[in-house]
Design a binder for this molecule. Structure first.
Ligand SMILES: [Zn+2]
Length: 368
């Protein structure tokens, strides 16, 4: 397969392009940089899965078709950040992962390309669809949230805020761990880089009557707006329902989701559900202000859960010990009764024997 990179190509998936260097339908080169051959369109056509002839690995290639100073700045910034980060949950980018080519799509401008590691797996959305949107366990939800917050922390440390947290942009890898993927929003309208969340059926901005200072749509992408969307994705995982399908408190704007989450704990001092609500607080100032706060909460929840589990184990151990003691005592009591009986019988037998002996002696004497 050789997929044509040209969005205007009349037949980009033409099988006759296989192993060709130039697209027979539009004349666009099929071996980008003499190295990358697209094999599949990804993310609704915004970028491609491509085979890298040099490394023998699959890569993700995104391209910016419209020259715009802000967009170019963002794409360069994205490249700089991805090149710096080395984390199993974030696609790696080589130093030559960003390049430009003179304008084929736009005659007077260059086309900008980003090439990054292709992370195998299913998007969280597809993963949930595969299990008929069955809610996940709280244990898995905690494990995954910890992974995701650690991933976001890598970006936040570099003052970079991922702007479109969504189940389509999170990948469940074959080893069961999560990765944040989908750095493909390269040819969206320029405004979307800086403003508004991508319209989504799963996540939603708060819409209730909300505290002063919280705009209904949070236009500024910051750590706390990342946490709001992350919280909503986790509500989706825990309930199997998109945030848009759940009711919200008309007074506070809080999403009412706990009744739909079958596996959440309710009896801890700090419940995981409380953390999710904390992340989704309608007023941004009431949310965790950075990743460390969330990670601390998770550690506390895990410690408390472990304590309760160990207490349970201790209680059940004590119960078992008591049970065994009771059985031993019962056996002892039984043995004591038998022993006393044997002893009594023995005593009776000795005295009977003595009596018989005496009687025989007496009778013997009489005979004499
Ligand atoms: Zn073509």
């Amino acid at each position: 397969m050789s997929y044509c990179f040209n969005p205007q190509c009349p037949n980009p998936a033409d099988p006759a392009n296989k192993n060709q260097l130039i697209c027979r339908n539009c004349g666009f080169e099929l071996l980008l940089q003499n190295r990358y051959r697209a094999v599949q369109k990804l993310f609704g056509g915004e970028c491609f899965k491509a085979y890298d002839n040099e490394t023998g690995k699959y890569k993700v290639i995104g391209h910016l078709l419209k020259e715009h100073p802000k967009a170019v700045e963002i794409i360069k910034q994205t490249a700089k950040v991805l090149m710096k980060i080395n984390h199993p949950g974030i696609p790696k980018m080589d130093q030559d992962g960003y390049f430009t080519q003179d304008g084929y799509f736009t005659k007077n401008y260059n086309t900008h390309y980003l090439v990054m590691e292709y992370i195998e797996g299913l998007t969280l959305e597809d993963w949930m669809t595969q299990r008929n949107n069955k809610p996940i366990s709280e244990k898995l939800a905690i494990k995954w949230l910890k992974q995701m917050v650690k991933i976001l922390y890598k970006f936040h440390c570099l003052n970079y805020y991922y702007h479109n947290i969504h189940p389509q942009n999170i990948t469940v890898k074959p080893d069961g761990n999560l990765a944040l993927t989908g750095y493909h929003i390269l040819n969206l309208k320029i405004d979307s880089f800086y403003h508004s969340h991508k319209e989504s059926e799963i996540t939603k901005p708060p819409t209730g009557i909300i505290s002063p200072g919280c705009s209904p749509r949070e236009n500024q992408i910051t750590a706390v707006s990342n946490f709001l969307l992350l919280g909503q994705v986790w509500v989706f995982l825990l309930t199997g329902k998109p945030a848009t399908a759940l009711a919200e408190n008309p007074r506070t704007g809080k999403i009412l989701w706990r009744e739909d989450a079958p596996y959440i704990s309710k009896n801890f001092a700090v419940n995981f559900a409380d953390l999710i609500d904390y992340m989704m607080a309608p007023f941004p100032g009431n949310r965790p202000q950075n990743c460390q706060v969330i990670l601390k909460c998770i550690t506390q929840i895990q410690k408390e859960k472990a304590k309760i589990i160990s207490n349970d184990q201790e209680t059940s151990q004590t119960k078992t010990q008591n049970k065994q003691q009771k059985i031993t005592n019962k056996k002892k009591k039984k043995n004591n009764i038998i022993y006393s009986l044997i002893n009594w019988l023995n005593q009776r037998w000795i005295s009977t024997w003595n009596l018989l002996r005496k009687m025989s002696q007496y009778l013997g004497l009489m005979a004499k």
